[in-house]
Design a protein around this ligand. Sequence first.
Ligand SMILES: Nc1ncnc2c1ncn2[C@@H]1O[C@H](COP(=O)(O)OP(=O)(O)OP(=O)(O)O)[C@@H](O)[C@H]1O
Length: 365
Amino acid sequence: MSLVISHLARRFGATQVLRGIDLTVDQGELIALLGPSGSGKTTLLRIIAGLDWPDAGGLSFDGADWLAKSAAERRIGFVFQHYALFPHMTVRDNIAFGLSVLPRSDRPAKAQIASTVDGLLSFLQIEGLADRYPAELSGGQRQRVALGRAMAINPRVLLLDEPFGALDAQVRRDLRRWLRGVHDSAGTTSIFVTHDQEEAFELADRVVVMNGGVIEQTGHPDEIYDHPATSFVARFLGLTVEVPVTMRAGRAQAAGIDLSALPRRAMADGPATLFLRPADILPVPDPQAPFRVTEIASTGALLRVVAQDDAGCRIEAEVPRREGRDLRKGQPVALRPAAGQIFPGGPQTAAVPIQTPMTLKEARP
Ligand SMILES: Nc1ncnc2c1ncn2[C@@H]1O[C@H](COP(=O)(O)OP(=O)(O)OP(=O)(O)O)[C@@H](O)[C@H]1O
C-alpha cells in the first residue's frame, strides 16, 4: 500500500513551485520533507492531502488514482503547525469530531466513537486532558490533541506540517520522541514537513531534501549526512566551510592544507570544491604552516577557532576544548580535515547539483 508520487509539477502564476517530484512512500514509513523556506514542502503536502491539485504528474495510493478523489475520500489525517482545534469543544469532542461528521452510512455509533476516543486518549497519554478546552492546554498538549484528532479517522496517511514549529526546544524534543513512539505503535504511514535538520534526522526513517521545487536527495538520515549528493545538501547539512582545491591525478590539493590523508579519486584534473564541517577540521600547531589562528572563542564544550592565510583564505573550525587547549591567537597551524566532500567545479559552480560526491571519511588512499 504505497503512496506513489510521479513527475508532480505545480506553478503559481510565474513561480514554478514543484518541478517534477518523484517519490514513493511505503506503508508504515515515517518520511521527513526537509528544506529551506519556499522549497515547496507545504505545497507537496497540500497536494497529497487533496487541498490543492498539481498542473501535471500523478498521485496514487495502493494503485488508486488519488487525483480523482476528494480530500475526504482519501482519508488523510492532517496536523498543522498552528493548532486548529475548535476552541468551543473539549479535547474529547475535538478528537471525536472527524468521526462524528462522517456521512450517516459511515459514521460509527455514539458508543463506538466514545470508545475510539477513550482508546486514543490513553494511547496518546492525554487521558487527564479529556474534559479541558484548548485554551486550558499548553502548546505541546494542544499538538498531542491535534494528532489525536487526525488519528481518530484511522487515516491511510498522516500528514504533519511543521507540527512542533511553534513550540520551545525542550517541548519539541519531548514531542519528537513521543511522536516516533506513537508512529511505531500505530504503524501509520506518515509524512512530516520540517526545516529543522535535527528534527528530521531524529524522527524519520527516510529524509527527503527539497530545494527550489526539486528533490535533491532521498535517503536514510545517516546516508544523507555522510554522503550528501549535491553541494546544496552538503551546505544545508552543515558542510559550511568551502575550500577551492585543485584535483591532480585524483588527489585534492590546496595550499597550506594537509590533504595527504585524502584518498585518490576518479575525478578529472581541474578545479573542485572541498566542503568541510567545522567540527571535522583540526588545527595543529606547526611553525612552517601558512595559516595563523586569528580568533579563538569558547562556545562551552567547544572552541571556535578561525585560521587565515596570507591569501585571505579563512577557515573556521570547531575543536573540543581539551584538544584545543594549546592553541593561541597568532600561532601558525596546519589544517587537517578528517572528513569532507568534494564536488567538481570551483566555488561559483559548486552550487550546481552534481551527482558524484566523494567521501573522504571512509575511502582509503
Ligand atoms: N497559493 C499560492 N499562491 C501563490 N504562491 C504560492 C501559493 N502557495 C505557495 N506559494 C509559493 O510557493 C513557494 C513554495 O511555498 P511552500 O509553502 O510550498 O514552501 P515551503 O517549503 O513549505 O516553505 P515554508 O517552510 O516557508 O513553509 C513559495 O514561494 C510560496 O510563496
